[in-house]
Write a new protein. Sequence first.
Length: 310
Amino acid sequence: AFVAGAIPAAAAFPERAITLIVPFAAGGPGDTVVRLIGTHMAKTLGQPIVMENAPGAGGTSAISRATQAGADGYTIMLGNMGTHGAAPAQYPNLKYDPAEDFTPIGLMVTTPIVIIARKTFPANNLREFIDYVRRNQDKVVEAHAGVGSVSHTTCTLLQWIIGTKTARVAYRGTGPSINDLVSEHVDFGCDQIVNVAPHIQAGTLKALGIATAKRSAAMKDVPTTREGGLPEFEVSAWIALFAPKGTPQHVVGRLNEALVKALDDEGTRARLLDLGSEIPDRAGRAPDALQELVVREVARWRPVLKTAGQ
Ligand code: MLT
């Protein structure tokens, strides 16, 4: 029966606050990017987006839980190259399948990886760094954000390429791991440019190489790994938004629309670019493009991590 005054559900979303689960500690790259973009999305959506940091097990604990949340768009999550790319290869009993258990919303940014060290680390370029780590494997300590995270995965690859096996310490995100690197409690790490660019500019961390083909405008003085003699280590991460599987099309459409708008906003773009992130073009922001990226990434990391081990 027709109900007078009833509005179609499609027009109603969102009618209350949205919870956005960030599966890492505050202050890290994911947290930084999602707060910048989320603030603009909330304006478009006309409802607050409440960030909930829920770190643990390289982000996989919170993502496992989030698959059980209502598929109504009111609980969404940040996923990255770790949680939705590398994690299946690192956790045989992972409770979710990145390609099957989510409704993709869209890619937020791509973030090149930078090899960083504490500011007094006794190496001033990549060759010296590799040489030092090789000769002092029993002393040097790497910091990462937990097994399966971006930082852990990319440094697993780095250590395999250079043939080292140092001690590795897990943090609840690279927010806290970078803090400890700045305070010189640990020696080095692999992290996304957005988290380390301010430190490199301020001289509180040393950058040994950026793992991209070309230098970044956000840190023009930092040589690429190719320039540093390690072309095998070229890797970028990515940060995206997902909803639980089965989230209705019109809800995902609204969320994606808000994301696309945020990525077109001049102020938001300027902040993201200053931090060295790369902003996807229109086609790269579509939910389908993210789904394809996830499938490709899971397939890319499985053999790499099988060979490189932990
Ligand atoms: C973070 O946001 O803390 C990092 O993305 C963690 C990671 O290395 O994946």
